[in-house]
Design a protein around this ligand. Structure first.
Ligand SMILES: N[C@@H](CCC(=O)N[C@@H](CS)C(=O)NCC(=O)O)C(=O)O
Length: 224
């Protein structure tokens, strides 16, 4: 439950990986919440009301008793800092915390942008997929695969918020069938392990949005 005992508002859209990462954490921390469905494709992120919350017009956004925050990676850390029963999902130890940051920034600056660069021209503009964007996506997956050599989760041996961020992107790639994830064996094993670890937080239900995105992408592709 939030500090003032009011539910946290989350502006969310199911196909959006960063939205799902935050909702999964809200469920994992058992926080009372209201889901405010906000569809960017329908311009719901560009209303003057929404732009007051987030001038960058992205989802997810949270409103925690008047404290407004956007960017999923920032929200993930904030929620554990404020509401975590312990610091396991985002360790307070500076070095362990830095390892989580490293992978959150990897997700924010490399994995998600390359995911978007490959998929969105097809989904939103009906353009054919671009080979160069695929090479860049595979390159970032190679790095993720290397990070996962000899460790169970993306930031080390324990599940952290970095896994929440990365798994919602990887599951969307799987649903869109853009890359054969089994060709990245460490990612594949980690993916199965992480889904299992997140099962009790409603992973399957929350992550149905990945299938929605996957279907949309495949429909656009077959219409080309
Ligand atoms: N760095 C942001 C990225 C969020 C983001 O790009 N969200 C997409 C949906 S997946 C969005 O809202 N796009 C609409 C727009 O950019 O106008 C985060 O992690 O929250």
């Amino acid at each position: 439950m939030s500090e003032l005992n009011r539910p946290i508002d989350i502006y969310f859209f199911p196909p959006s990986p960063p939205s799902r990462a935050v909702l999964l954490l809200i469920r994992a921390l058992e926080l009372k919440h209201n889901i405010i469905t906000t569809n960017p494709a329908a311009g719901e992120n560009k209303t003057s009301k929404f732009l007051k919350l987030n001038p960058l017009h992205t989802i997810p956004v949270i409103n925690d008793n008047g404290f407004i925050l956007y960017d999923s990676h920032v929200i993930l850390k904030y929620l554990v800092d404020v509401y975590g029963q312990d610091d396991s999902l985002y360790p307070k130890d500076p070095k362990k915390g830095a390892m989580v940051n490293l992978k959150l920034y990897f997700s924010a600056c490399y994995l998600f942008p390359r995911f978007l660069e490959y998929h969105t021209p097809t989904v939103y503009l009906g353009h054919p997929p671009c080979d160069e964007a695929m090479d860049k996506l595979k390159d970032v997956l190679e790095h993720l695969n290397d990070f996962l050599e000899n460790q169970n989760f993306v930031a080390g041996h324990e599940l952290t918020v970095a896994d929440f961020s990365v798994v919602t992107i990887i599951s969307t790639i799987e649903a869109a069938e853009t890359v054969n994830l089994k060709a990245f064996p460490n990612i594949w094993v980690w993916f199965q392990r992480t889904k299992k670890a997140l099962e009790t937080f409603g992973y399957e239900q929350i992550n149905q949005g990945a299938q929605v995105f996957g279907k949309l992408y495949k429909n656009k592709l077959s219409a080309l």
